[in-house]
Design a protein around this ligand. Sequence first.
Ligand code: S3P
Length: 434
Amino acid sequence: MKDLTDKPTAGLHGELTVPGDKSISHRGIMFGAISHGRTTLHHFLTAEDCLSTLHAFQEMGVSIRRDGETVEIDGVGLNGLHEPTKPLDMGNSGTTTRLIMGLLAGQRFETTLFGDDSLSQRPMRRVSDPLALMGANICVTEGHLPARIHGQKLHGIEYQLKVASAQVKSAMILAAIQAEGPSILVEKQPTRNHTERMLNAFGASIETLDDNVTIKVAPQPELTGIDLTIPSDMSSAAFFLVAATLVPHSRITLKNVGMNETRTGLLSILKRMGGKVTATNERDDGEPTADLTVMSADLKPIEIGAEEIPAVIDELPLVALLAAKANGVSRITGAGELRVKETDRISAVVHEFSKLGIAIRELPDGFVIDGSKPWHVETTKLSSHGDHRIGMTLAVASLLVDEPLRLADPDAVNISYPTFFEDLRSVSSVKNYS
Ligand code: S3P
């Protein structure tokens, strides 16, 4: 149990550089490993999820050295991975699992993947089924981990993706670069495009057409290592964007945040709700970045539908928190994917927010929240449900109530943001934050 803080009386203030982007850190390790030559990653996210990826590639014979947030990878090329001597531990990481499935589907060896209890309940057929259409042989256990991958020769494919998921798309791209013949993948909706952008930086030929959903992948590229500075993670900056918006008298600047257009849904939502965020120092070194300054604001309610969800998928618990302080009724729909994240995030948010007396109603694919109703804390013991983003969202919620709150399973934050509580303390004027 961790004690969370009370309302900071003088607002949240200061400047923060949040850790490196999780999606980009995973991919940096993977693409560096299958390239030729040295890849150096700066501002790598040293959180449990990305370390699962790093260790998996070490198990496959890749030399990877880490010194703090700097990682050096001596790439072995697309055909240079070794059969691991034991099953690969995916920990809690869906991104590691699904992308590795696509990559190892086309290798010449067999691998078993397993994960923790939460990961072992997440759906894997969404990856193994479409990969099978390319010739892959992956046996999942009733649709879940553990999975056994029997590497095969793959062939190119024309395929319409059934879920809006960057993990599924990326798995198929990693299979497609090893296949015989080109592939065309068509997404349901545009999802984060780090795989396409980054693989092209490593030398691949992946073209996204003007419709933003059709992706042409050329097979057998010659990949070469790169030097990459990883932007700060928008999904981690999000906790401070929301905290400073909701806590009166706040002003925080977040440095060098990744502004990839497939990830900035929260900024558009904040703007529509009346939030005050300004971007300065905008740059583009492969991935766009900016410094974001956020100030407290009074919020209007919002309607969010399926078309907006992929660009804000990981920030939706925070959007629910914004809605819980807006002056009216908000509806978030089309977000059924939240039910298959690290936990069922619709049910977890409704359960925990109800403890704070927030007027929230569960929908099959989202929430209805009446922010005009005052909160009444009914239970001071909250739980992360073992989910990093739920735990951090509740820590932000605790800044908005008078009662001292406690959080069960706070270590879940180590999955994506090990220094979260220290960073929150550093911008909070409450002295006894623990
Ligand atoms: C990710 C894709 C998203 C996101 C996850 C990271 C990625 O998952 O929620 O945190 O790095 O590709 P889905 O592909 O399941 O939507």
